[in-house]
Design a protein around this ligand. Structure first.
Ligand code: BDP
Length: 681
């Protein structure tokens, strides 16, 4: 009898779970109870809001909900006031966000009291690194949803459908903007035929409150115009951009603006003419000003000739504070180098006082296991947002210095490099959807806790229609724990204790601490970052080294400068220490490093066990896909451990502590196969 009951229960779970390969994301709720919705005004956005309420209502049956536009200075443009039976906002978009908030609370069992809710940032933007030929730079979820492989620009019903689903998913978590082409931009996107397609995309996204933005290639006046220079101070260039912006905004009048990668990794920029980033940004800012656009100018700039790549963005931009127009915002990656599994926060957060700065996260897991590893990135982003910059004394967290709480800002924004493609489940890995979700939630509320976000996401993505205690303890709790531990596990098996950029070649998947081909720029090779030698390891960024510590406010500068007060998880970022350096655990640095790598591997083994145990709660498509990927993740974690530890042994010849599992891969074989490590998706 009991067995039959369990069988029935698990059949119910299977049926209640999504058997469609995860395409519906966190919006898979299908049931609702009747509700009547009162809304005095009409618009495409309000129609969506009303329909969503009717389709997803989980509140009191036959309740009546009122949606109203009000005058209330305390409610910001996308904000709203909700109660169990009403949503009030100053804009139609605000109503839509209120609807999604109300539904999420109902569907996840959270309470609904009378509350006013405003977003942390005005612009909450995805950056797609999508090329116009349909490929995606570091995209692991299939080809582009915006551009076709065959370069065709014709807009099909299938295109419109996917853009609509995409817009809805974004709106449901508060994302209100998207940059639809790669920061390594093809200037053709600014030409007539492409702009027609941009217009079509913008038209589908608009009712969901999602604004379209574009990436600009600095050399566009030369490549698509007939101008011989791109000097930002040349009249010909100024006039070309003015005319171009007029043309663009005639086609798409509410385009949000532009992101620019200039003088970075070979991209052209104003410095080619001896001009500054401010000269470049201001030229574009003036050209978009009449149309209300903004310029997001990226601070990801570095030259091969500098001794410490981590210092360059700060050195370039600090002297320009106050020199930018008021519709420019500087887009800064979370860490000073490049989206590594762990970096300290970029010192550009909390540095400038008159220039707004926006965080850029990487949702696509270029450096964190791509679409193979299960890594929940919310904890990493929370770590950044909650880092204290001390700009205006204690409590000047990155969240507060970027959202306008510390200094008033005309624009505030946050960006995430999207992990979205045409794969059925959008992101390649079912759990990578959680990173899209978490980005939206943190962009909306930068004080949220990753645990709450994970809780919501799991409930919305996996839960059967009726939550049971069995589901809560058997599925929700262990899966949440796995997600919460996953980023630290990745740090442990890839680059613990402040190590960074230890990847092989350009693939950025497997280990490559030894990778340094002749003639390769040294700052693109791992030895530049680890600086291992017989006596020690790590990058000396102290006052005796490159002095990168001085880019941080006190007390951080002193704290980071001293190996005994520097947080151990950043030790080798800031210090070159002996292999025998004493760690807080009493172990030597070498021993500690071995235990960290081993711990990471053990954690992945633990994730496998967790996942296998929850099989009865998940549809078989998603179960098997995640199970397969966890196996590949473990294989890769072991390679990291075996590769990096054996490579470092070649410097100091100390044994791996004897209670740790011995390597199962030979270093020479790992090195020989380094280009063939990423399993096919
Ligand atoms: C690096 C990526 C490269 C991007 C660059 C960027 O490897 O593909 O173009 O970041 O953010 O991490 O511009």
């Amino acid at each position: 009898m009991r067995a039959l009951f369990l069988l029935l229960v698990s059949c119910f779970f299977m049926a209640g779970s999504n058997a469609q390969g995860g395409h519906e994301l966190w919006l898979r709720n299908k049931t609702s109870v009747p509700v009547s919705v009162v809304c005095a005004e009409t618009s495409p956005t309000l129609s969506i809001a009303v329909q969503e309420l009717k389709d997803g209502w989980h509140g009191k049956a036959n309740a009546s909900v009122t949606l109203s536009i009000v005058n209330d200075d305390a409610i910001k443009p996308d904000g709203f006031r909700i109660s169990a039976a009403s949503i009030r906002a100053t804009t139609h978009n605000g109503i839509l966000y209120g609807v999604y908030e109300l539904l999420r609370r109902q569907q996840t069992g959270q309470s609904i009291t009378d509350e006013r809710i405003n977003p942390s940032y005005k612009a909450r933007i995805l950056n797609h690194w999508d090329n116009l030929n349909g490929t995606i730079e570091h995209g692991f979820g299939g080809p582009s949803i915006f551009w076709h492989r065959d370069n065709s620009l014709a807009v099909s019903d299938k295109d419109r459908l996917i853009w609509k689903e995409y817009a809805r998913a974004n709106a449901s978590i508060g994302i209100n903007g998207t940059v639809i082409n790669n920061v390594n931009a093809n200037p053709l996107v600014l030409t007539k035929d492409y702009l027609e397609r941009v217009k079509a995309i913008a038209g589908v996204l608009r009712p969901y409150g999602v604004k379209t933005y574009l990436s600009i290639n600095w050399a566009a006046p030369k490549t698509i115009g007939k101008i011989s220079t791109t000097d930002p101070l040349a009249d010909s260039v100024i006039n070309w951009w003015k005319a171009k912006m007029k043309e663009i905004y005639t086609v798409i009048p509410d385009l949000g603006g532009f992101v620019v990668k200039a003088n970075s990794e070979g991209q052209p920029g104003p410095q080619d003419y001896g001009r500054s980033h401010a000269d470049g940004a201001n030229l574009l800012a003036d050209a978009v000003k009449p149309f209300g656009g903004i310029i997001m100018w990226r601070a990801f700039v570095y030259q091969p000739n500098e001794k410490d790549r981590a210092k360059q963005a700060y050195n370039e931009f600090m002297p320009l504070d106050g020199k930018f127009r008021d519709n420019v915002i500087i887009q800064v990656k979370n860490g000073p180098v490049d989206f590594q599994p762990r970096e300290p926060f970029s010192p550009l957060f909390g540095a400038m006082k008159q220039t707004p700065v926006m965080p850029e996260f990487q949702i696509t897991q270029e450096y964190l296991g791509q679409s193979i590893h299960l890594v929940y990135l919310s904890t990493m982003w929370e770590e950044l947002l909650q880092s204290d910059t001390y700009q205006a004394g204690k409590g000047s967290t990155v969240a507060r210095v970027t959202d306008g709480s510390v200094y008033p800002q005309k624009i505030s924004a946050i960006a995430g490099v999207a992990n979205i493609g045409l794969d059925t489940n959008w992101c390649g890995h079912d759990f990578a959807q959680a990173n899209w979700y978490a980005f939206g939630r943190l962009a909306w509320n930068n004080r949220l806790k990753s645990e709450q976000i994970a809780d919501e996401w799991i409930r919305l993505t996996f839960s059967p229609e009726t939550n049971t205690t069995a589901w809560n303890t058997g599925f929700l709790a262990p899966v949440k724990q796995m997600m919460m531990d996953s980023r630290e596990a990745c740090v442990n098996y890839m680059m613990p204790l402040g190590l960074h950029h230890q990847f092989s070649a350009n693939d950025h998947y497997g280990p490559g601490a030894w990778w340094a081909p002749a003639r390769m720029r040294s700052d693109w090779t791992p030895p530049y970052y680890h600086k291992a030698e017989p006596n020690g390891v790590g990058f000396d960024r102290t006052t005796k080294g490159t002095n990168a510590v001085s880019q941080y406010h006190e007390p951080l500068a002193s704290l980071f400068n001293n190996p005994n007060t520097c947080p151990e998880n950043l030790l080798l970022w800031f210090h070159h220490v002996s292999w025998d350096f004493k760690m807080k655990s009493g172990r030597t640095l070498w021993q500690e490093m071995c235990y960290k790598y081993d711990k990471g591997v053990q954690q992945v083994r633990g994730f496998q066990k967790t996942w296998d145990k929850v099989e009865s709660y998940v549809d078989s498509t998603r179960f098997r896909s995640v199970q397969r990927k966890l196996r590949s993740q473990l294989t890769n974690a072991i390679l990291w451990k075996d590769g990096i530890l054996q490579y470092f042994q070649t410097f100091h010849h100390q044994p791996i502590p004897f209670d740790i599992e011995r390597p199962v891969n030979n270093l020479d074989e790992i090195i020989a196969n380094e280009f063939a490590r990423r399993p096919s998706r």
